[in-house]
Design a protein around this ligand. Structure first.
Ligand SMILES: C[S@@+](CC[C@H](N)C(=O)[O-])C[C@H]1O[C@@H](n2cnc3c(N)ncnc32)[C@H](O)[C@@H]1O
Length: 285
């Protein structure tokens, strides 16, 4: 192992420097993640089933219509899409994890639910304009996108929403921000979350105060000295920050709620803000 190389890698990375690897689409990790999503009792990858149920009811209460055409961005294995389709809504789910979408498609077939699943990066979505009443993006994924990616995604959402449609998403808010910085941690294992072979994992987080960003970084070194770097640039927002994110698009009103989730760890309860953005009723108002 070249220790000098390693030291360079673990030095404070420049803002938004990309890692080398993507967690959600890695074959080994995404298989393990599917089990995590499907565990109904924990708030990891997906929230607990009871929270999903209450969140869906809350989301539907914020839309003014009976039967909706819904787009779920980053739908994972379809925990929200299925429940929404079972309530009679028309649903499309998008996710770039092949394992999650394959699982979601097979479950929909078993349950005779007609859900359109798209296995694609949502930043490259090219869907017909003005077709959805509601776009949702759940589990604070908005804040893991880099600023340019967020702009790209909001533009896509703005285009596919019908006039008077709603965008509803959740984001980590900036309350008690410094508590979110995770301590350094290392792992030596024969097989684990990051690889199904022996590896050393060095995990650390870095706080970029001015940008309200915490980088969660995991450096994984295998027995052949191959190094992979996973970086999660996690943004924290005030209501006003979210307002600025949505400025310049065709949303007429924004509301913010931090009482949607039950209290829990620092990633739930009132640490998470839900934003409801209503699109203008027509292109002229
Ligand atoms: C934290 S999980 C949440 C899944 C689901 N919304 C839920 O709460 O059950 C994030 C999901 O977003 C997907 N994802 C992340 N970035 C994506 C991208 N750029 N395009 C499509 N899917 C993405 C991941 O594969 C993963 O399934």
């Amino acid at each position: 192992m070249n220790i000098n190389e390693l030291i360079k890698k673990i030095e404070n990375p420049g803002l938004y420097e990309k890692g080398t690897s993507q967690m959600w689409t890695d074959d080994h990790i995404s298989k393990l993640l599917l089990d995590v999503h499907l565990n109904k009792e924990i708030d990891l990858a997906s929230r607990k089933e009871s929270t999903i149920d209450s969140t869906i009811n809350w989301i539907l209460s914020k839309t003014g219509k009976e039967k909706l055409n819904i787009l779920d961005l980053g739908c994972g294995p379809g925990l929200y899409t299925e429940k929404l389709a079972a309530k009679g809504h028309t649903v499309t789910g998008v996710d770039f994890s092949k394992h999650s979408i394959e699982y979601a498609r097979s479950e929909a077939e078993k349950k005779s639910l007609n859900i359109n699943y798209i296995n694609e990066n949502y930043l490259n979505l090219n869907l017909e304009e003005n077709q959805f009443d509601l776009v949702i993006m759940i589990f604070t994924d908005f804040g893991v996108l880099l600023p340019d990616e967020r702009k790209c995604l909001i533009n896509i959402i703005d285009n596919v929403l019908k006039p008077d449609g709603r965008l509803i998403f959740d984001a980590m808010n900036d309350k008690n921000l410094e508590d979110k910085i995770a301590p350094k941690n290392w792992e030596v294992t024969e097989s684990g979350f990051w690889k199904d072979q022996p590896y050393i994992g060095l995990s650390e987080s870095f706080f970029y105060k001015e940008n309200k960003v915490v980088l969660f970084q995991h450096i994984i070194i295998d027995q052949n000295d191959n190094t992979e770097i996973y970086r999660f640039w996690t943004h924290f927002f005030s209501d006003n920050d979210l307002r600025n994110e949505l400025k310049g698009y065709s949303f007429k009103s924004l509301s913010f709620f931090d009482d949607v989730l039950p209290a829990g760890d620092t990633w739930s309860g009132d640490n998470v803000t839900f934003c409801v953005a209503e699109k203008l009723k027509s292109n002229t108002n």
